[in-house]
Design a protein around this ligand. Structure first.
Ligand SMILES: [Zn+2]
Ligand SMILES: [Zn+2]
Length: 367
């Protein structure tokens, strides 16, 4: 950035100028350099921006006092960012001020008072993507299908028949805007002949009938991060609808739906499943391997004396965390199966076990 010019100098007023003098000076400069009267003139545009910035400071008693004491540094970074704003941004940001200034409904812009601006990018598109739990935990590339307008291949989006080119609109000379003068103010509105595009097509392309775009089904590969969950949304920049003219495309939003799994439940980053043990396994304790949906083999250790319905937590073996890495936990709910049919021998052994356990119970409570 080059050195900023002095605000008083920009408006051509003395440092002790009154509010009224500042206002008059700005009005004069704004009228002269207004973009509606100086189309395609970057020098006027820069002057308009400069004067508007100076005015927004000097017309505000507090900002003016800060500027008088400390210069540009006194203003800090707060407020509207003139350095990076286009003239269109300025016109819409200070719309009220301009309409105040130049009177009428919307001052320079005529008509409804709101400056017409072409959308600066294509529309966003939303699609749903249904994944199994295994796919959600593993992540990877998944294809989604989008129905919508794509740039016409025959005419490369120009809308003109092969061998011809769109021509500069002779009504607006390619600017897309027509201006009319009322008093000393120029009003501009979109050109009716070219509908604001600045170009006309003499012989339209057959494939798209001059629209430059055709309806089509297209596929987009979406990168799904491992650990995605239902109701989360992925954004794929630039894969929405093509923008008007040369404007960038919109974005694609992919809403994730994870199908329920018959063996595993998911609660956030934790996974839950059931493990059925025999009475002996629950009593003696055991170790087994469980295959989780993304294919990992997880060892689950059940302590001796495990009660039915209790939950064994295996730390760090759940779903991958999207936000901070690592994984949630695996919760294993233990069920104990009671045999329905017993052989004679089994019956005898269980009875023996029963009296043994009772005896031990009595011995334990007696001590
Ligand atoms: Zn075409
Ligand atoms: Zn035109």
């Amino acid at each position: 950035m080059s050195e900023k010019r002095d605000f008083y100098e920009i408006l051509g007023v003395a440092r002790e100028a009154s509010d009224d003098e500042i206002r008059k000076a700005y009005r004069q400069s704004a009228l002269k350099h207004h973009p509606d009267r100086n189309q395609g003139n970057p020098e006027a545009e820069a002057k308009f921006k400069e004067a508007t910035e100076a005015y927004t400071v000097l017309s505000d008693a507090e900002k003016r006092a800060a500027y008088d004491r400390f210069g540009h540094a006194g203003l800090g970074g707060a407020g509207f960012d003139f350095n990076n704003a286009g003239v269109g941004d300025i016109l819409s940001h200070f719309q009220d001020m301009f309409s105040d200034f130049f009177g009428g409904a919307g001052g320079f812009n005529g008509g409804g008072g709101r400056r017409r601006r072409q959308p600066d990018r294509g529309q966003d598109v939303r699609v749903e993507l249904t994944l199994t739990l295994a796919q959600a935990l593993t992540g990877g590339k998944h294809e989604v299908s989008i129905h919508g307008a794509v740039s016409c291949e025959t005419c490369h989006g120009s809308g003109a028949k092969a061998g011809t080119k769109p021509e500069t609109c002779n009504q607006c000379r390619g600017t897309g805007q027509v201006t009319a003068q009322r008093g000393f103010i120029m009003f501009s509105s979109p050109c009716a002949r070219c509908r604001g595009t600045g170009q006309t097509i003499a012989i339209p392309c057959d494939a798209c009938r001059g629209q430059g775009a055709v309806e089509k089904q297209r596929k987009v590969l979406v990168n799904v991060p491992a650990g995605i969950d239902t109701e989360q949304r992925l954004r794929v920049p630039g894969q929405g609808m093509p923008g008007p003219g040369n404007a960038p495309s919109g974005d694609l939003y992919v809403d994730i739906e994870v199908e329920p799994d018959s063996h595993f439940e998911r609660h956030g980053n934790d996974l839950g499943t059931r493990l059925t043990l025999s009475f002996a396994e629950a009593a003696l304790g055991m170790s087994t391997k469980i295959i989780v949906p993304d294919g990992r083999e997880v060892t689950v250790k059940v302590d001796a004396g495990c009660q039915p319905g209790s939950i064994v937590v295996v730390k760090g073996e759940g779903a991958p965390r999207l936000d901070r890495g690592g994984r949630g936990d695996l919760h294993v709910m233990v069920a104990v199966q009671v045999p329905k049919k017993l052989s004679k021998n089994a019956k005898r052994l269980l009875q023996e076990l029963e009296s043994e356990l009772k005896g031990e119970g009595e011995a334990a409570s007696a001590s």
